[in-house]
Design a protein. Structure first.
Length: 540
């Protein structure tokens, strides 16, 4: 999944590289258009598609494969309907961008870029559900292979359209569209010719899919059940991304806006690889938790969540934290030689490292919430942390207390820490036995009417399919672990919560002398006030 996400993000890196060869205006306009399309387009569609994750994974784990086909079909319909207002919004992007204070010429070029990018909405409406459909069944190799083939097409396509045919910036948008349609086509070919022929309970998946499409699909899945999961999941996905974009927008109102915006761009460029890892880990947790809850194995769902939390903390400490701290002096030099920008990057990167330390377990917690069909809880956590606390605090510190860029990122770091703490707390206090019952109810209500209708039409097919009552609850369910008053459970949860902050405190205390040490070979060094803030964050 990490490789799949890295290949997915690599398309935009390739397109940005070709935009850079065209000139400053094309690069700025293309970057602005891609940012707008992500905020008001792709994030919305991918968020809506993620609402199907709980249904797919829980139904597959329960062996109720007849739910998968109709849910996939409804997912296509939901995303296609949602893409219509998104397309209208893209067509009006120039006026909206002008309201944010952007240059008129830049807005005009960005609007032109978005016109060429419009067909990609249709491709995304098919790619997002298909990826979740396969991922929920632990089928990842075809995703990687199809992504590699699509990326191999994307690079020469950019070269042909941008440099050879002279299409300019719109050529990169056209290349993205063609690449995504190719990826959608490859996934559909795999689904039809390879996946649908797999035997399930003695019958092919195609038989299950065809029976319910032909008989009682429209009664099997209610729009309300799907939208009840899709809309909160969309909000949960978008709220975090929108908060980052609001911080970037606020950066443009700082006194030294040019240096501040360059700093943010450099810092966020280094964050891409870690974001891909976080999304991949969260997706795996969501699929695994959903599979185990659907199969009535609450203990394994609990163990998978705890294991993923530990993995996320290791990746956060050893990966994001250590790499960002160790490269804070060198990372900025890959992009600029401006001394002010380099100093800002060195000051912000450790705070970004702290944000990533929080983002890794926070994304795992969100994945567990998605897998257990509790997207509403995740949406409420993100709203409270980012919009009730994070952004107001960032504005207060950045503008009222004159901390500038540092104040904005302290507010963002505070929001990330709160989401991580609340998310981990909710997940660790989950009654997994009750979530197993909820998973059974969710899958049963999806197929009840369709099952009755199909049983009448095809009694010989359902004679060999195991029903829900034949799947008994895991007898090894340890009640004491999930009992809120259990000493063992309490000690276990406290050890998970207390150990990482203690480790971070000692790490921060050891790293502080390194930050304060004057480097004779440098023309500048990290200020002592930043070091105090750094230790204060890690101490908390």
């Amino acid at each position: 999944m990490v490789a799949t996400n890295m290949l997915w993000f690599a398309r935009y890196m390739v397109s940005t590289a070709f935009l850079g060869k065209l000139g400053g205006l094309e690069l700025a306009a293309g970057t602005l258009a891609l940012t707008f399309s992500n905020i008001a387009g792709w994030s919305v569609l991918i968020g809506l598609a993620s609402g199907m994750e709980a249904i797919f994974s829980q139904a597959y784990g329960a062996g109720k494969h007849e739910v998968l086909g109709p849910t996939l079909k409804r997912g296509f319909a939901v995303l296609l309907m949602a893409s219509i207002p998104v397309a209208v919004l893209w067509c009006k992007a120039e006026g909206l961008l002008l309201l944010t204070g952007q240059a008129p010429l830049l807005c005009k070029e960005a609007q032109r870029y978005l016109y060429y990018l419009l067909p990609d909405l249709l491709a995304t409406c098919f790619i997002a559900p298909l990826r979740i459909f396969l991922r929920s069944q632990c089928i990842t190799k075809p995703l990687v292979l199809c992504s590699v083939l699509a990326l191999c097409l994307h690079i020469p396509l950019n070269y042909l359209l941008v440099l050879k045919l002279g299409m300019g910036a719109p050529g990169t948008a056209a290349a993205i569209c063609v690449t995504d349609f190719a990826l959608a086509g490859l996934l559909i070919v795999y689904l039809v010719h390879f996946h649908l022929g797999r035997p399930i309970n003695g019958h092919s998946f195609a038989q299950f899919f065809r029976i319910h499409v032909d008989s009682a699909t429209e009664r099997a899945l209610s729009w309300r059940a799907l939208l009840k999961l899709a809309l909160p999941c969309c909000l949960m996905t978008c709220m975090e991304g929108w908060c980052y974009e609001i911080i970037v927008l606020l950066t443009g109102f700082l006194p030294q806006a040019k240096e501040a915006v360059e700093t943010v761009a450099i810092v966020l460029n280094g964050d891409t690889i870690f974001y891909a890892m976080e999304v991949a880990l969260a997706s795996c947790v969501s699929a695994r938790v959903g599979n185990e809850l659907g199969a009535k194995r609450p203990v394994k769902a609990y163990q998978a969540t705890v294991a993923a939390l530990w993995v996320s903390m290791v990746l956060g400490f050893g990966g994001a934290g250590w790499l960002m701290l160790s490269s804070r002096m060198a990372w900025g030099r890959c992009f600029t030689k401006d001394v002010k920008v380099l100093k800002n990057v060195a000051e912000i990167l450790p705070i970004m490292a702290f944000i990533e330390l929080a983002n890794f377990p926070q994304n795992v917690a969100c994945g567990a919430l998605r897998g257990s069909a509790r997207q509403t809880v995740g949406a409420l956590i993100n709203f409270a942390a980012f919009y009730v606390i994070g952004i107001p605090l960032a504005i207060l510190l950045g503008f009222k207390f004159k901390l500038g860029l540092l104040g904005l990122w302290i507010g963002l770091a505070t929001a990330a820490a709160i989401t991580a703490i609340l998310g981990i707390t909710v997940v660790l206090r989950t009654d997994w036995g009750f979530q197993t019952i909820r998973a059974e109810e969710l899958t049963n209500q999806q197929i009840l009417s369709a099952q009755e209708s199909s049983r009448k039409d095809n009694p010989e097919l359902y004679a060999t399919v195991p029903q829900g009552d034949s799947l008994s609850m895991d007898s090894s369910y340890p009640e004491d672990i999930y009992d809120g008053d259990s000493k063992v459970g309490m000690i276990y949860r406290c050890s998970i919560i207390v150990f990482p902050p203690v480790l971070i405190f000692f790490a921060g205390d050891r790293l502080r002398p390194c930050l304060l040490r004057k480097r004779k070979s440098r023309k500048w060094r990290v200020e002592t006030n930043f070091s105090r803030i750094f230790k204060g964050f890690f101490g908390c």
